[in-house]
Design a protein around this ligand. Sequence first.
Ligand code: GLN
Length: 264
Amino acid sequence: MNSAQMEIIIGWLYPKLMSTYGDRGNVITIERRAQWRGYNVTVLPLDQNSTAEDIRSVDVIVGGGAQDRQQEIVMRDLQGAKADAMREKIENGTPGVFTCGSPQLLGHYYEPGFGQRIEGLGILDLVSIHPGENSKRCIGNLVIEVTASRLAQELEAMTGTKPYLVGFENHGGRTKLGKVEALGRVVYGLGNNGEDGTEGAFYQNAIATYSHGPLLPKNPFVADWLIQTALRLKYQQEIQLTPLDDTLAMQGRLAMFKRLKVSC
Ligand code: GLN
């Protein structure tokens, strides 16, 4: 099968409720980079009007950030058969990128600074707690080295260099990991909680991170990893993506590293 005969369905979690800080850019990046290589792409919003079957139909999942109030609405909707479908997808290796508020929802629970605890899906072994409305938010540029071992190896194989991700964090919640592997170690910024040096989580093929940015335009090789992983899983055949010209993105990353005085 060639690329024109293949389709990738991007499931976009609650676009209207969970798209703070430009997270939509992650969807666009996957869409364009797949289209530029000749693959057919469908973007399917997964929201209050969707069914569990819709969730089961997607090849890659994108979840963005949200305000606490919106997270509550989402979690009220993501129950029963829909929650089971999400769990099934992630457990079965569907790749996904989950930013900021969405990892909090994939964890056991999120305690907002004000109001009731929001129960999560419990797929990722982590909890998130907002230390209170008077505490400082974690805001600023974020650079991490990917340490999740399989992902680090696969990204390194794709790029030929140690994988560093650059992004921007803006969260009140502090996340503590249980047994789940961290996505990376913080090189610059605060990450999961500003204390233990961890950032994000990696489980099966789900990338969870506090990095907005949006993440994928700044780290296009992660978008390629998602596309490649999704297509391999769907079509059960070896997929080699044709290279794209990422000069601008790479120059942007270098300028960022220089400005932040980090050596990556
Ligand atoms: N509501 C969450 C927090 O403040 C997530 C914020 C976000 O997604 N940017 O921690």
